[in-house]
Design a protein. Structure first.
Ligand code: IMP
Length: 182
């Protein structure tokens, strides 16, 4: 099996990637602190990170990086690529307080997975639509308690159910299809 490095501090993401790439790639976790460029594009941020992490190593092992965020339609996609910063500063509960004032609370989780092998860099996008609600549920992480899809928040779903329809799962599925065709 070929090795593939997933640059992340989150071992849950590595397990999720393994499910999609099972039997074809041996997914290793690489804890590397790449530069998160400032951009409105998840694809630009992830691709830049993947190339930087690849260049930091002296071998040809391909690398993947993911970048994700919550995009609230009525406020121009806020917090979008700044979701991490907003989670740490404003906090999830207060993102709900902002959304509560909106008539239209539709939102999407978006994720881009960037792959590079030093020669080819490709990005794969996944999204899941939903709406912002008052926090419910104890599972998941980040914005999961305030994101509702089909009547359930992501924090109310078990990991398997969430992964089956999540933005990251959809991006990983596209990556897996592309790798299978190469
Ligand atoms: P990252 O790109 O995975 O580091 O995520 C960026 C931001 O989006 C962080 O604040 C995460 O908590 C949040 N985020 C990403 N994916 C999810 C998710 O599946 N559920 C909840 N929050 C998420």
């Amino acid at each position: 099996m070929q090795p593939l490095r997933f640059v992340t501090t989150n071992s849950g993401k590595v397990r999720e990637a393994e499910e999609y790439l099972e039997g074809r790639y041996d997914v290793e976790q690489l804890d590397y602190d790449y530069t998160e460029i400032q951009s409105d594009s998840l694809a630009d941020i992830a691709a830049h990170g993947a190339r930087e992490a690849f260049d930091a190593r002296d071998d040809d092992v391909p690398v993947i990086v993911d970048d994700a965020g919550l995009f609230v339609n009525a406020v121009g996609g806020f917090p979008g690529p700044y979701s991490s910063y907003v989670e740490d500063t404003l906090g999830v509960e207060r993102v709900w307080r902002v959304a509560e004032t909106l008539d239209n609370r539709r939102a999407a989780f978006r994720c881009t997975v960037a792959f590079t092998d030093g020669e080819t860099t490709e990005t794969f996008d996944g999204a899941v639509q939903g709406r912002i609600v008052a926090p419910r549920g104890d599972g998941g992480f980040g914005y999961d308690p305030i994101f509702e899809h089909d009547g359930e928040t992501f924090a109310e779903m078990n990991t398997e159910a969430k992964n089956a329809l999540s933005h990251r799962g959809r991006a990983l599925a596209k990556l897996a299809d592309w790798l299978a065709e190469r």
